[in-house]
Design a protein around this ligand. Structure first.
Ligand code: NAG
Ligand code: NAG
Ligand code: ZN
Length: 501
């Protein structure tokens, strides 16, 4: 009897109670999600009404692409190798918008790795080029007479080699393979990081005497600036080993002359295209050396600083970190010079944890690097991530490079996702886009936005990344640069809204 009365009451009470818990959990869920979203890079950007409209358009495009992949993972291309989907990207409406978007600056790129293999191939049509075909490798040299440099077969004029081949199209297709990493079956060809790095470094060796012919060197840089401008980039900080240049008269030009070449080309370019905001140089010679050589590098850097104070941004060391000399080995020499130069070290471009290449990150931080190249491994170092944020050291992330050079297979697993979610100071760049046949910057932005960042990350992230690239640059009049960027950005937003309404 008793239970007959009490039981329904109890049920009612527990239902009310369960309902309360449910409501509380919903509230908490929304609170936690929102709180975390507010921590994300770009959260501080406040959108205008037209930005808000443009955002809706962009997010519709992004979420269409993502949701299709979420429901049909077999067709989700960013989980595959970049070479398998890079041409499909060009069909994406969102990619076209990102191409048109003003993207600020490129802050991490290597000077002879930016333009496409087709461009490099076109340089082999220049007069006075000699070629030596060996079993695996090719050597080039511009010369008025038969080169005396060693060649296991025989030097011949490129023009003769090409036309006597009987099939110019096939000849050029074979030649072009030396100027790109792209292949149809990347997963079979590039079986580990050393295989792909070896091909990568071979490109720079093969092309070095092609590019270091002074007229080509200057043309390549001019056309690089043009390609960046065409990709809606307004400013560049370029890394260079500053090789010795040569000409047909037998003259040689040292690192200082090579920098002077850059200065001359830049000035000419800025006269023709005053809407470009310029370029600076990060002197970045090879890291496979001893203390004495680093001291010599620093001497050159000092001379560069004296001769071209407006051109030199600072100093870096380059080469595959897992195989190169760790930064720690040069700590003394680099510490002694740290008041004189801004440092922009490559560090932690590795999958190893607790190794010398991984620990290059801590050296970059103690050496007060202004920015760190890649810092791919920093995600495993909670303290160093905090320090980077605290000291406002920007991390230069190059997502496409990291997939091609085999640090990450499925781009959704790139640590950049963590950097963005923790609001670390990130800039997006492209490293050596010519070698993977990507645009100077657009592919990296697009992949970051669609393949790496949260589904919720919106136009605020895109704008913040572009602003960061200006903010973390060494451009002296940043207010002017950012003001000009805002003007271009507003135009871009208005165009999206007009075109899609
Ligand atoms: C993904 O790749 C396949 C094969 O290349 C292509 O047909 C498809 O259009 C791509 N999907 C998207 C969304 O780009
Ligand atoms: C450079 O000198 C330091 C001592 O200052 C030494 O520990 C280090 O091994 C040297 N580096 C190389 C690459 O020889
Ligand atoms: Zn690099």
């Amino acid at each position: 009897m008793w239970t007959v009365i009490v039981w329904p009451l109890l049920c009612l009470a527990s239902a009310v109670f369960a309902d309360d818990v449910f409501k509380k959990n919903i509230k908490e869920r929304n609170y936690l999600l929102q709180k975390e979203l507010n921590m994300m890079l770009g959260n501080d950007i406040v959108l205008s009404d037209s930005e808000d409209q443009a955002n809706k358009i962009i997010m519709k495009l992004k979420n269409n692409e993502l949701d299709y992949g979420f429901n049909n993972p077999q067709y989700f291309n960013y989980s595959k190798h970049f070479f398998e989907y890079k041409d499909d990207i060009k069909k994406s409406e969102l990619f076209k918008l990102i191409k048109d978007m003003p993207k600020g600056a490129v802050l991490h790129a290597h000077d002879t790795g930016i333009l496409s293999p087709d461009y490099v191939l076109s340089l082999t049509y220049w007069d006075d080029l000699f070629v030596c075909f060996e079993e695996e490798n090719i050597h080039f040299l511009f010369s008025l007479e038969l080169p005396k440099l060693p060649c296991k077969t025989a030097w011949q004029l490129m023009k003769h080699a090409r036309y006597s081949s009987g099939n110019v199209k096939k000849f050029d297709a074979e030649l072009r393979k030396h100027f790109t990493l792209v292949t149809k079956d990347p997963n079979q060809v590039y079986t580990d990081i050393n295989v792909v790095w070896s091909k990568f470094q071979q490109y720079f060796i093969t092309t070095s005497s092609l590019f270091s012919y002074k007229p080509i060197w200057e043309k390549y840089f001019y056309d690089t600036l043009k390609a960046l401008r065409d990709d809606n980039v307004m400013y560049l900080e370029i890394r260079s080993v500053l090789p010795t240049l040569y000409d047909l008269d037998g003259n040689k030009y040292d690192a200082i002359d090579t920098a002077a070449s850059y200065k001359k080309v830049l000035d000419t370019f800025l006269e023709v295209y005053p809407d470009f905001y310029g370029a600076k140089l990060i002197y970045a010679p090879l890291r496979f050396v001893d203390n004495k050589t680093v001291k010599e590098y620093l001497k050159i850097a000092k001379e560069l600083k004296n001769k071209f104070p407006d051109l030199l941004a600072g100093f870096d060391l380059v080469g595959q970190e897992d195989l190169g000399v760790p930064t720690k080995e040069f700590l003394q020499v680099l510490s002694e010079a740290s008041d004189e130069f801004e440092y922009f070290f490559h560090a932690g471009e590795t999958n190893w944890y607790g190794t010398s290449s991984d620990e290059n990150i801590v050296d970059a931080i103690v050496l007060k690097a202004r920015r760190i190249g890649h810092a791919f491994a920093i995600v495993k170092h909670p303290l160093l991530m905090e320090e980077a944020k605290e000291r406002d050291i920007a991390i230069e992330v190059n997502v496409v490079s990291n997939t091609v050079l085999k640090l990450v297979e499925d781009i959704r697993n790139h640590p950049l996702a963590v950097f963005l979610s923790k609001n670390l100071p990130v800039v997006i760049s492209s490293d050596d886009p010519g070698l993977w046949e990507a645009d100077p910057l657009s592919h990296d932005y697009y992949i970051t936005f669609v393949g790496v960042a949260s589904r919720h990350a919106d136009i605020k992230l895109l704008k913040k990344l572009a602003l960061n690239s200006l903010y973390y640059s060494t451009f002296p009049h940043k207010d002017k640069l950012i003001h000009e960027f805002e003007i271009r950005w507003t135009k871009f937003i208005d165009t999206i809204v007009q075109d899609h309404w």
